[in-house]
Design a protein around this ligand. Structure first.
Ligand code: SF4
Length: 713
C-alpha cells in the first residue's frame, strides 16, 4: 500500500471517530417515524444522514420527508434572535426588550379593547406540552376567550363527528396492526401513499392477505393505484355516497341487528331516512355508477372484518361533519367496529394533530378533552391550575372566524405560535389583509414565514431537533421525542417563551416550569378522569414504549382498541344521525365551470415553510403544479407545462399545468404548500361547516386560462 493510500485511510479513520448520532423523531406527519441523525465531520465540512430506527408504528421505515427533515432545522435562514419591526424593517432586539414589548402591548390592548381583544393562534405541530401550555397561557395569563389553532383546518370535522357518534374522538379506533386483519378496507378522501407513506406496508400486507380495497377519491392518487375498486367521486358528494352504500346494506340484509339493538341509538330514524334514498339518484349526484356503489356495499357487508378510514378529502368540505357521520352510520349498521380488523378512523394529518387537539388549544376546550362550558370540567381544571373557575374565560371562536373578528376590529392583538395562517387559511388574501389591521402581531416561528413577515415582533423558537417533548400519533399513541442537538443562537423553546411572558404579565406563579417533563406532569393531572386521560403515561414509561391513551393509571397498559364492549357516551351506546340534505356548496356555472380541489404532495408539508427550505425536498418538487385532464386542458388551450391562471370568486393563483388523464374531466387539483402567486389558498372557499367550522378547502368553482395563449403562438 502506498503512503498516499495509507494517509487516506488514516484520515478516514479520524473522520469516523468524529461521527456522532442522536435519536430523534420526524417532525412532519402523524406517523411520527423515529430516526437517528448522524453527524459526520468530513475534513472541513459536516455531513448529516438520517437513519431510520425501529418503533412499533413505522417499523424502521422513513419517507423522503423524514430523510431530509434536518435540512430545514440546519438551514441558514433559521431565526436566531428576536426581531422587532422598526420603520418597516426588522431589527435585532434582546429577549428582555422583546418580552417587555409584548407584555406592554398586551396590557395596553386589553385595557383599551377588552381582555378578549388579544387572541392566540396555535398549531398542530406543537408538542403536547406546548399545546397544553398555550391553552393555559391564553386562559390564565391573558384571560382571553379567543384561542384556536390550525388543527381546525385539519381534524375538526372528524373530531366533532366521532365525539358525537362515539362519545370520544381518537383518530383511529384500532391499532394500525389491525389493518392487515381486515377483509375489506374503504379509504375515503385519503391519499396515504403521499401523506403518510410509511403506513402503506400495512395496506400491502392486507392485500397480500386477500383484502379487497376500495378507494373513494376524485383523483387517481398513488393510493388509488392499489385499489380493487376506485370510486372516482364528484368532489364534495361523499355523504350521498355513504347513504347509497347504506341503502344497499339495508336492502340486502347486511345489518347487524344484535349490534344495532344492544350498542346503538337512533337506528329507527336513520332507517327511515335511508328508505327514501334512491340509488340511481345517488349515482347521478356522486357520478359513481350504481353497480359500483352496489359492489362496494356488498364487499363491505360480506366481509367478516372491515375498516373504513377517512381524511381531509371528505372532511374539508362545507358538509364534512355530515359526511363523516354518514360513513360512521354505515359502520354502526353493520357492527364492524371494536374488534381486531374492524373499526373506523380518520387519518390525522399534522405531526401532533391528535395530541394538539386534546389539551386546550381549541376555542371550546380544556385539557383532557374537557369542555370549557361544562361547570364540573371548569371546576376541575381551575383546581389543577390553582385559580378560581369564575376566572376562566368561556369559549371563543374558531380559527377562520378569528380572522373575521380581526378584520372587523374586534380582535386587535394576536400571538401566533407554530402556524402560518397567511398560507394555510382559506381565502388567504383576505386573511393577510385582516392581519395588517392588527394593532400588534407577534409570531413565534423557526423562519420568517409569510405570517411572520407581517408581524411587529418575531420570536425565534427551537426546532424538532432541539426541543424535547411528546406528541400523540395517528394511532393515539403518546410518543416521547428527545432533544438531539443544542439550540442555535438565542433560540428559545416555545414553552420557555410562554413561561417568561407569563412572568412579565404578573402570572409567573402559574408557569414555574423548568422542563418539558414538568409541564407533562401537570398535563397528566389536568387530563386525569377526562376522555383523553394521560395520567398513567409518564416520561419514564415513554422512554421505553409508545403508550395508547386512555391510560388512567401508571399500571394501566394503555388502550390500543377502543369500543370493544361499550362506546364512550354515558349509556355506552353509539349514535346514528340523520341530517337535512342540501348543505349550501359552491357550484360550478358558466363563469366558473371546473371544480378545484387541493391537497398535499409527497415532498412537502403544510404551508411549506420548512419543506420548501429543504434543498432535497424542494428539488423533488420545486413548484406547485395543476393536474388537469388533457381533454379539459385542450378545451382551454392549455398545453402541458404551461403557466395557467386559476380564478375563483375570491382571487387568482398562477401555477404550471400537468396533463393527467386519470383526473376527472370536471376537476383540477393543486397542492397547497406554496405562497405568493402559486398560493392556491388565495382562491379556496371560506364557507365553514356549521357543525365544526372546518373551511371548504376541497371544493370550489374555478376557471382556468393559459398565461400564454397557444392560439396566438
Ligand atoms: Fe414518517 Fe410521516 Fe415523517 Fe414520512 S413524513 S418520515 S411518514 S413521520
Amino acid at each position: 500500500m502506498t503512503n498516499e493510500l495509507l494517509r487516506y485511510f488514516r484520515a478516514k479513520e479520524k473522520e469516523r471517530a468524529s461521527e456522532t448520532a442522536a435519536a430523534t423523531q420526524c417532525p412532519f406527519c402523524s406517523v411520527q417515524c423515529t430516526l437517528q441523525l448522524v453527524e459526520e465531520q468530513i475534513v472541513e465540512r459536516r455531513r448529516y444522514k438520517a437513519i431510520p430506527t425501529d418503533n412499533p408504528t413505522s417499523h424502521g421505515r422513513l419517507c423522503l420527508k423524514g430523510m431530509h427533515a434536518h435540512q430545514h432545522a440546519l438551514h441558514p435562514e433559521r431565526l436566531l434572535f428576536p426581531l422587532a419591526k422598526v420603520n418597516g424593517r426588522f431589527v435585532r432586539v434582546s429577549w428582555d426588550e422583546a418580552l417587555a414589548m409584548i407584555a406592554e402591548r398586551i396590557v395596553s390592548i386589553q385595557n383599551e379593547d377588552g381582555a378578549d381583544a388579544f387572541a392566540v393562534y396555535g398549531g398542530g405541530s406543537l408538542t403536547n406540552e406546548e399545546a397544553y401550555l398555550l391553552g393555559k397561557f391564553a386562559r390564565v395569563a391573558l384571560g382571553t376567550r379567543h384561542i384556536d389553532y390550525n388543527g381546525r383546518f385539519c381534524m375538526s370535522a372528524a373530531a366533532a363527528a366521532m365525539n358525537d357518534a362515539f362519545g370520544l374522538d381518537r383518530g383511529l379506533t384500532n391499532p394500525l396492526s389491525d389493518i392487515p386483519l381486515a377483509q375489506t378496507i374503504i379509504l375515503v378522501g385519503t391519499n396515504i401513499a403521499e401523506c403518510q407513506p410509511t403506513l402503506m406496508p400495512y395496506f400491502y400486507e392486507a392485500k397480500k392477505n386477500g383484502a379487497f380495497m376500495i378507494v373513494v377519491d376524485p383523483r387517481e392518487t398513488r393510493t388509488a393505484e392499489l385499489a380493487d375498486l376506485h370510486l372516482r367521486i364528484k368532489p364534495g358528494t361523499d355523504a350521498a355516497l355513504a347513504d347509497g352504500l347504506a341503502k344497499v346494506l339495508l336492502e340486502e340484509g347486511y345489518v347487524n341487528e344484535t349490534f344495532v339493538r344492544e350498542r346503538t341509538a337512533g337506528f329507527v330514524e336513520w332507517n327511515q331516512h335511508i328508505a327514501t334514498v334512491d340509488i340511481d339518484e345517488v349515482a347521478r349526484v356522486t357520478d359513481v355508477p350504481a353497480e359500483n356503489i352496489r359492489l362496494a356495499a356488498r364487499k363491505y357487508g360480506e366481509a367478516a372484518e372491515a375498516i373504513v378510514l377517512t381524511a381531509r378529502g371528505l372532511e374539508q368540505q362545507a358538509d364534512g361533519y355530515v359526511a363523516v357521520r354518514s360513513w360512521i352510520n354505515v359502520v354502526l349498521a353493520t357492527g364492524k367496529i371494536g374488534r381486531p380488523g374492524s373499526g373506523f378512523g380518520s387519518i390525522t394529518g399534522q405531526g401532533n394533530g391528535q395530541g394538539g387537539r386534546e389539551h386546550g388549544q381549541k376555542a371550546d376546550q380544556l385539557p383532557g378533552y374537557r369542555s370549557i362550558e361544562h361547570p364540573q370540567h371548569r371546576q376541575y381544571i381551575a383546581s389543577v391550575w390553582g385559580v378560581s373557575s369564575d376566572e376562566l374565560p368561556r369559549k371563543g371562536v374558531s380559527a377562520y372566524e378569528m380572522m373575521k373578528k380581526i378584520d372587523a376590529g374586534e380582535i386587535t392583538g394576536l400571538f401566533v405560535m407554530g402556524s402560518n395562517p397567511v398560507v394555510s387559511s382559506p381565502n388567504a388574501t383576505f386573511v393577510a389583509e385582516a392581519l395588517q389591521k392588527l394593532k400588534f402581531l407577534v409570531v413565534a416561528d423557526l423562519f420568517l414565514s409569510e405570517t411572520a413577515e407581517l408581524a411587529d415582533l418575531v420570536l425565534p423558537v427551537s426546532s424538532y431537533l432541539e426541543d424535547e417533548g411528546t406528541v400523540t400519533n395517528v394511532e393515539g399513541r403518546v410518543c416521547w421525542r428527545p432533544a438531539a442537538r443544542k439550540r442555535p443562537g438565542e433560540v428559545k423553546h416555545d414553552w420557555e417563551i410562554l413561561c417568561a411572558l407569563a412572568h412579565k404579565l404578573g402570572k409567573g406563579q402559574y408557569f414555574s416550569f423548568a422542563s418539558a417533563e414538568d409541564i407533562f406532569n401537570e398535563l397528566r393531572l389536568a387530563s386525569r378522569g377526562g376522555k383523553a386521560d394521560y395520567y398513567g403515561v409518564t416520561y419514564e414509561r415513554l422512554r421505553r414504549e409508545r403508550v395508547y391513551w386512555p391510560c388512567p393509571e401508571v399500571s394501566h397498559p394503555g388502550t390500543p382498541r377502543l369500543f370493544t364492549d361499550r362506546f364512550a357516551h354515558s349509556d355506552g351506546k353509539a349514535r346514528f344521525a340523520v341530517f337535512p340534505s342540501g348543505v349550501e356548496k359552491e357550484e360550478t356555472d358558466e363563469l366558473y365551470p371546473l371544480y378545484l380541489t387541493t391537497g398535499r404532495v409527497l415532498a412537502h408539508y403544510l404551508s411549506g415553510t420548512q419543506t420548501r427550505r429543504s434543498p432535497a425536498l424542494s428539488a423533488r418538487q420545486p413548484e406547485a403544479v395543476m393536474d388537469i385532464h388533457p381533454e379539459t386542458a385542450k378545451r382551454y388551450r392549455i398545453g402541458p407545462g404551461m403557466l395557467v391562471r386559476i380564478e375563483t370568486r375570491r382571487g387568482t393563483a398562477v401555477v404550471r399545468s400537468r396533463y393527467n388523464d386519470q383526473m376527472r374531466a370536471d376537476t383540477i387539483f393543486v397542492p397547497f404548500h406554496w405562497s405568493g402567486l402559486q398560493q392556491i389558498n388565495n382562491v379556496t372557499a371560506d364557507e365553514l361547516d356549521p357543525y365544526c367550522w372546518m373551511p371548504a378547502f376541497k371544493r370550489c368553482a374555478a376557471r382556468v386560462r393559459p398565461i400564454v395563449d397557444l392560439g396566438r403562438n
